[in-house]
Design a protein around this ligand. Sequence first.
Ligand code: RFL
Length: 394
Amino acid sequence: QRFPVVVVGAGPAGLTVGNILRAASVDCLVLETETRQFIEQRPRAGVLEEWAVRGLQRRVLADTLLERAQRHTECEFRFAGERYRFEYTRLTGVHHWVYPQQLLVTDLVREYADVRGGAIRFGVRDVRPHDLDTDHPTVSYTCPETGRREVVHCGFVAGCDGARGATRTALPAGRAHISRSDYGIGWLALLAEAPPSSDCVLFGMHPNGFAGHMPRSADVTRYYLECPPGDAPENWSRDRVWEELQLRLGANGAPPLTEGRLIEKRVLDMHNYVVEPMVFGRLFLAGDAAHLTAPIAAKGMNLALHDAFQLGDGLVAQLTKGDDTALDGYSAACLGRVWDYQEFSHWLSEVYHGTSSGDPYRAGTTLARLRRILGSPTAAMAFAEQYLGKNAEY
Ligand code: RFL
C-alpha cells in the first residue's frame, strides 16, 4: 500500500487535513482507532471562533455548520451574588459559534469519505510510524478484520491522534522539547439533558469553586464544576451536582438552573503541554497531539483547526507544486497562536479559580481582574480580543 500522506487520527484536525488534501486530488489514508459511529457521537468541545469557521467555509466544509450553529454574542460573569453581562460582539463586531464537536466531526467525515472519496480505516490497532527521518517513512497498524499487521508507505505522516495518541511518543528523546504546566485543579465535566438556563455562557466564581454553563443545543447543556484533581465522578451524585451548580451559578435576579438527567460525568485534570518543534523529519503533529490546552478558555478545537489549515495547505503546496515554503514554516506558523492561547488560558484560570483558592490575596487579585474587565473599556476590549481569538484569514 502506498499513499502520499497518512493521517493518524480522525478528529477535527485529521479530518480537516484529509479534506484539504482530497479537494486538491491528493490521496491520503486516515487511520482511526475508534469506529465511525463512536467518533460521530463523542461529545467534547462546542465553541468555534469566527476565523476558524471562515477557514472551514473557504474550504467548503461549513455548509451544514452555518445552517445549524448558534451565534453567541455575549457571556455573563457571576460572582459575589451578582451577575454581569459582557457584550463582546457589541465591543468588537466579532462573535463565537457554538456547534457541538461531534456534529463537526460527522460533517467532516461524511465530506471526506462519502463525498470526496477519501480512504479511511476505522478500528485499527497499534498504529506505529517508522523511518520518520528518512524520505520514505511507513506507518504500520493491525487490521481489525484480519488481525494482520499492515504496512503503508508514504511521503508524509500527519500526527493528528490527540492527547493520548501514538505519534507524539514516536518523537525520539532530545529531538523535541515538551513544556508542561499543571493547574493542580480538576473540572467535573457534565452534559445535562436539560435546555440551557441562559441564552449565553455563564462563568461562576464562588468560594466553593468555579462553575460554568455552556449551551450546546436546545435540549443539551454542558456544565463544569471545579473539583479536586483526580476526583472520582461517583463522588458527585445527581443531587450534589445540581446543588453545587445552583449555588455557584446563583445570582441576584437570576432564575434557578433548569435541571435534567446527567448524560456525561467525567473528571478532567487541568493541564497543558506544548511540543516544540511540531515537526520531526516527515512527521507533522497537529492539534492535541502537538499541544494541549485545558478547556478553561475553549481553545483546543480552534487550535486543532488552525494547525490543520496550515498543514493541509502546506502538504498540498509540496505535493502538487514541489513548494516546501509552508511546510518549512509550519511549526513557527502554529506555535505563535498556540503560545498566545496558552498564556490567555493561564490568565483566565486565575480569574476562575482565585476566588476558591483559599488564599485571600489571590481572591483579591481575581476580583480586581474581573472589575477591570467590567469597568475599563480598554481592558474589556483587550479581554474580548483574546476571548474571541486573533481574527485573521486562513
Ligand atoms: P481529537 O479530537 O482527540 O482526535 C484525535 C483522534 O485520534 C484518534 N486516535 C488514534 N487514531 C489512530 N491511532 C492512535 N494511536 C490513536 N489515538 C487516538 C482518536 O480516537 C480521535 O478520533 O484531537 P484533535 O483533532 O487534535 O482535536 C482536538 C479537540 O478534540 C480538543 O482540543 C477539544 O475537544 C478540546 N476541548 C474544547 N476545545 C474548544 O476549542 N472548545 C471547547 O469548548 C472545548 N471543550 C474540550 C472541551 C475537550 C474536552 N475533553 C473531553 C478533553 C470539553 C471537553 C470535555
